[in-house]
Ligand binder design. Structure first.
Ligand code: ZN
Length: 143
């Protein structure tokens, strides 16, 4: 079943990412410190190393892919909602090698920023809260 709600964009934050920081933690902290509980997020830049996740639908668990070398962030796109009453950034990432070969997946802690620029669109509207979904094993929105 498709389920959705209407939200209104209220402000946009545009900034640069801190060299050497954990990408997911930094984006989450920006949301937390600006009280952003719903929104969309994007970023481009480069990482020193990355940790991506791939959700195995049969095993119902994330497989981790560690890439221990510099890569370009060709695209980070995601959303912000609530999990355990805290802002949670859910982002997917596409990373490029020097020859243009790309890797992609679910952004996990352990992805370290070399440089980057982000845009966060904050919304107000109904609360989007993540909770365990029996069918998938994932923390999905309860709408
Ligand atoms: Zn994901």
């Amino acid at each position: 079943m498709t389920a959705y709600n209407e939200a209104k964009m209220i402000k946009t934050l545009i900034g640069k990412l801190k060299h050497g920081s954990d990408l997911l933690e930094q984006l989450t902290e920006i949301c937390r410190s600006n009280n952003i509980r719903l929104g969309r997020i994007e970023a481009i830049g480069a990482v020193k190393k990355a940790r991506l996740g791939y959700y195995d639908q049969q095993k119902r668990q994330y497989k981790t892919l560690d890439i221990d070398r510099p890569m370009e962030i060709t695209s980070l796109i995601g959303n912000i909602s609530l999990c355990d009453d805290e802002p949670m950034v859910h982002a997917h990432l596409t990373l490029a090698e020097s020859d243009g070969t790309c890797f992609g997946g679910h952004l996990q802690p352990g992805t370290i920023v070399f440089a980057g620029e982000f845009i966060i669109d904050a919304c107000e509207g109904p609360r989007f809260i993540r909770s365990f979904d029996d069918r998938t094993g994932l923390a999905l929105w309860k709408i």
